[in-house]
Design a protein around this ligand. Structure first.
Ligand code: ATP
Ligand code: MG
Length: 256
């Protein structure tokens, strides 16, 4: 059964899109069929993280009822399938007839895991991403505003009856100015799925429009994203076993 996981945070800029692209990349390396959905309707940037240039169709076309959702999927050169969101400013004010929640059902069976990159905040757009999911993964930075907003986001997910897988801490430096991992865990009262360090390789890989897991697979941030991915699918991450070629990633789609 396809799992639909929304990656949410409450607070903006904490690393959701970075996490979606890298968890997706790691899961692809583990042989899973992955679809990444850019559920960030107003300020999408999954395309930028993945280096996906302007696409013919986007989620906006799907929500406006112009095309079926499958037609808006792109096979990224890495072997990940992506449903981009419309990048153009002129599209922002147009109203949608359809909801992601109803449309995403047509992708069930098409992938092992669908990851939805959610917008920041807890308004209607964030709610639509949460409502379309069957599970949520929460992203926090080690500071109080991020953690309090994350708690609200988790409560919103619970209102929808959606399972909270747990949380990941990103941009972690371990300095005394930060909240400790233990304090965050206590505050949120949910499972810790992984800790991603502050990493210059993540910044570099964004500039190079490629997930760090593909571009710098052996840096600490990549290893931690692979651990998170393994944790999500209930597997043990074993370093050096998972290296795959682009060819093998694409082959995932031809396996039953
Ligand atoms: N572990 C990390 N180390 C260093 N920089 C990071 C890390 N994670 C994310 N960043 C940087 O932080 C910035 C915000 O990341 P990202 O776009 O993933 O956040 P977001 O939560 O998706 O933001 P938004 O809420 O605006 O959608 C980016 O410049 C990204 O490169
Ligand atoms: Mg984002």
């Amino acid at each position: 059964m396809t799992r639909i996981i929304a990656v949410i945070s409450g607070k903006g800029g904490v690393g959701k899109t970075t996490s979606v692209s890298n968890i997706g990349a790691a899961l692809t390396d583990f042989g899973r069929k992955i679809i990444l959905v850019d559920g960030n309707i107003t300020t999408p940037n999954l395309n930028i993280h993945l280096g996906l240039s302007k696409t013919k169709y986007s989620l906006h076309d799907v929500l406006r009822g112009k095309i079926p959702i499958k037609q808006a999927l792109y096979l990224h050169e890495s072997g990940i399938r992506v449903l981009p969101s419309g990048m153009s400013f002129s599209e922002l004010k147009k109203k949608f007839k359809k909801s992601l929640r109803d449309e995403i059902i047509d992708l069930v069976g098409e992938a092992d895991i669908i990851l939805i990159d959610s917008p920041a905040g807890l308004d209607n757009n964030a709610e639509s991403a949460i409502a379309a999911a069957t599970e949520v993964l929460i992203v926090v930075n080690p500071n109080l505003p991020s953690v309090t907003d994350a708690l609200k986001a988790s409560l919103l997910a619970k209102e929808y009856g959606i399972r909270v897988i747990g949380f990941i801490i990103t941009r972690y430096e371990g300095t005394e100015e930060e909240l400790s991992i233990e304090n965050i865990r206590e505050f949120l009262g949910m499972d810790l799925i992984g800790v991603i360090p502050e990493s210059r390789f993540i910044k570099k890989s964004l500039r190079e429009h490629e997930p760090v897991v593909f571009k710098y697979p052996d840096c600490e941030a990549s290893i931690q994203y692979k651990r998170v991915a393994a944790n999500i699918i209930g597997e043990k991450y074993e370093r050096y076993k998972e290296k795959k070629s682009v060819f093998k990633r694409i082959l995932n789609w031809f396996k039953s």
